[in-house]
Design a protein around this ligand. Sequence first.
Ligand code: NAP
Length: 287
Amino acid sequence: MNHWITGRTKLIGLLGYPISHSLSPTMHNAAFAYLGLDYAYLTFDTKEDNLADVVTAMRVLNVRGFNVTMPNKKNVMQLLDEVTPEARMIGSVNTVLHENGRLIGYNTDGKGYVHDLVEKGIFVTGKRIVMAGAGGAARSVAIQLAVDGAAEIVILNRTADKAVEICNVIRKNVSTCKAEAVELDENKLKEKLKEADIFINSTGLGMHPNEDQSVISSPDMLHQDLIVTDLIYKPSKTKLLRIAEQAGCKAINGLGMMIWQGAEAFKIWTGVDMPVDYIKNEVFDSK
Ligand code: NAP
């Protein structure tokens, strides 16, 4: 596998802070090399106060596009020429395409989550979904699920107002999906899970430095037909996913979502499908 930078190499960036831990450069550069595409993916430390300058630099340097991550996903929107209706509904952008001098913003996070489920034979149309957490990732995922035909979404969050805000966006834009916001509490979560098809953890509980924590404390809270998904992928098996397996549930971590959100972005920049099986099996060894 060889990959040389040439005089024609097209640049893709990642703007965020901190970003040195990101898996995106490994994933995209491996995919470019595998397919022999003349692109390179680099990270650029970008905090809120230099975002505007960095976006101007991206234009001037004529990059093909860039990803945007914390803390810039919302603020970048005002610096772009166009934002897709879905990204506007979600209220954040994670992928930008530079086409004919124009910067166009997309959000591929929620699409990545749904694509991973579909790949595993799980279809969201008509499903009753319960989510814990109402941060940026939850917002992308919940709105995409509603757009893709979920029948009902219940969002439980420690700060209930944030769940209310997401539910209001769903009610306003997707009349086919029932949305309910609830303050996060284990008893209420247990009650809501009785009728659910899919449970999503989008809180940081279970991730470093909170590996010993979980929104669910016991397998008794889960019925065995429930699909339990955690947006966290490091560690690959969170405490929640271990509890889900004890309850006999299908348990899915966030690696597939991370890869598929990247695959959606890859297609936007290159017009070519990312070699997802190669990335999963050879680059991330997620067999
Ligand atoms: P965020 O915007 O900071 O939201 C964090 C969420 O976690 C909020 O709902 C917050 O509740 C909740 N939370 C944090 N500490 C909590 C606690 N002690 N008890 C209860 N709730 C707590 O973060 P995000 O960007 O949405 O990311 C959330 C998770 O998704 C992270 O683990 C991240 O790694 C993962 N993620 C995965 C992918 C992927 O591709 N797989 C993509 C993005 C994010 P409050 O609102 O009350 O603070």
